[in-house]
Design a protein around this ligand. Structure first.
Ligand code: AHR
Length: 532
């Protein structure tokens, strides 16, 4: 009975979604110019990176099922999830957290699994942490996917010595003591750790620090971790520009300005490879009043788009500070946590699990376009989180797996990976609803080494199609084709054991005449074209 009434409620909510989106349907016109004559920075493949934390079923079930599981696996790691990630060329995975990383002691999760101590995940609901997925299992997973590891070390409850010992264990030659211990645990050859995160949200769960205090803590960690990989600083909270300003002033170089005369040479050694930013989308700006993941209305939709667009201004704000401190552009931005965070569903199967709809796809397309368009500074990003948590790429239900609308966007955007950004000029109206206004169209273009131009277009307007003309300056276009995703309702979503309503299909009404490309980007859609 309860199930039935819940279904009825869901049906009413879906109809509301459909009704508001189908109210009126005049298309709007838009014009895009792609400046192939003014190529920009290379789009770093790492901006399509992922984030995995010990939280809900993000690791356990989502990745790790154990070697004895009936779910097909390789050394305990799910084969279906690995295959799906390989297909979209996931370049990078950040682990073990998040706030969890700030409680994590890596030694608890090495050696024979049956002997590892059980812990309590105090960061996330006091759930039991078996420690069965530790350093070796994560690195095995990384190698199976063909990705790079980004390890976030514990700053809040750990020490520089603990972090240094972890790096020695991971990367030390087999002849070293740490390497011998690693070999006894099954791995002779050292691993490479290209990216090391020095703490997570150190303004909050990662130590509750001020920017001044964190700068000094960072300096201490870097002094022992620098030999092992690129140094990624803990994030500024969203648009906390004061944090970035203070941190760069105090920590960019090996010694702060006041001591630089005595140690002039080493003082100038740069010790930050990337600063980070964390920012989540919900509808509006109030963490306490989030939109539901499904059954939302158009006001929730437009507010979610408005909040996602803030990513653009936020990157510009942090970049402007970087430009002053680092005019040569050597320090990148790692957008280490991004994605949609919807209201808690009481019936969710695990912590921070949420449904993933067409709205998530539009948010993903818009966010990736923004990252790409800031390719000169944004060198890495991590979707929160890869499997079963928040805006996931993949959802699982025991042996079942589904690919979310967000996954399809990452798939469609593959042509941008490692390509050269081409600036775009967009003439399009705003989409406005109940006084909230946002640009209706988000666009990003790039050229691959072989010459193919990829253009990603997101129509944020949930009601009106966009009739778009595109001209490319500095290049003659003869052919265009592409794929797109949309659906009738704003909260259309895939469900286990049902056909996927958001499976990408051929882009709509694409033609090329005298070098001008035309197409229709349907209301609430993500389209990616390849131009030849
Ligand atoms: O992604 C979930 C949590 O969000 C992370 O653990 C934390 O860093 C952020 O607040």
């Amino acid at each position: 009975m309860k199930v039935k009434s819940l279904r009825a409620l869901a049906l009413v909510a879906s109809l509301a979604c459909l009704a508001s989106a189908a109210a009126h349907a005049d298309a709007f016109d838009a014009h895009i110019t792609i400046r192939a004559d003014r190529p920009g920075a290379v789009i770093n493949p790492n901006i399509y990176g992922q984030f995995v934390e010990h939280l809900g079923r993000g690791v356990y079930e989502g990745i790790w099922v154990g070697p004895d599981s009936p779910i097909p696996n390789t050394r305990g790691i799910r084969n279906d999830v690995v295959a799906a990630l390989r297909k979209i060329r996931i370049p990078l995975v950040r682990w073990p957290g998040g706030c969890f990383a700030e409680t994590y002691h890596w030694r608890d999760a090495i050696g024979p699994r049956e002997k590892r101590p059980r812990g309590v995940n105090t960061a996330w609901g006091d759930e039991t942490e078996s420690n069965h997925f530790g350093t070796h299992e994560f690195m095995d997973f990384i190698e199976q996917v063909g990705a790079q590891p980004f390890i976030s070390v514990n700053v809040a409850s750990g020490t520089p010595a603990e972090a240094q010992a972890w790096m020695q264990y991971l990367t030390g030659p087999a002849s070293s003591g740490a390497g011998q211990e690693r070999a006894r645990n099954g791995r002779t050859e050292p691993w490479k750790i290209p990216f090391i995160g020095i703490g997570n949200e150190t303004w909050g769960c990662g130590g509750n620090m001020t920017a001044e205090f964190y700068s000094d803590v960072y300096r201490q960690y870097v002094s022992v971790l620098k030999p092992y990989g690129s140094m990624i600083a803990s994030d500024a909270n969203s648009d906390d520009y004061a944090w970035t300003e203070t941190f760069l002033t105090r920590a960019l170089f090996r010694h702060p300005p006041e001591t630089s005369t005595t140690l002039a040479y080493i003082s100038k050694q740069r010790q930050i490879d990337m600063i980070s930013v964390h920012f989540y989308t919900f509808s509006g700006n109030d963490w306490g009043k989030k939109s539901p993941a499904v059954g939302f209305d158009e006001l929730d939709w437009v507010r979610s788009m408005e909040r996602t667009w803030k990513t653009d201004a936020m990157i510009a704000g942090h970049s402007a500070i970087l430009d002053r401190h680092d005019p040569k552009g050597q320090v990148g931005i790692s957008f280490s946590e991004w994605g949609a965070w919807w209201a808690t569903d009481k019936n969710r199967p695990s912590n921070l699990y949420q449904a993933n709809t067409l709205r998530d796809a539009v948010i993903a397309g818009l966010t990736l376009n923004i990252f790409q368009n800031h390719a000169a500074r944004v060198k890495m990003a991590n979707l929160a989180q890869m499997v079963n948590v928040l805006q996931a790429l993949i959802l699982t239900d025991k042996e079942k797996m589904l690919l979310t609308p967000t996954y399809h966007v990452f798939d469609l955007y593959q042509g941008h990976q490692g390509a050269t950004l081409l600036p775009t000029e967009v003439e399009a109206p705003e989409y406005s609803f109940e006084g909230v206004k946002v640009p209706a169209l988000s666009v990003s273009a790039s050229r691959a080494a072989g010459g193919e131009v990829t253009l990603s277009l997101v129509n944020l307007d949930p009601v009106r199609d966009a009739k778009i003309d595109i001209d490319v300056q500095g290049r003659v276009v003869r052919a265009a084709k592409g794929r797109m995703m949309t659906a009738a309702s704003m909260d259309a979503r895939p469900e286990f054991d049902r056909p996927d309503p958001l499976q990408p299909s051929a882009a709509r009404s694409v033609s090329v005449r005298r070098g001008v490309v035309s197409l229709v980007a349907p209301a609430k859609s993500v389209t990616v074209l390849q131009l030849h």
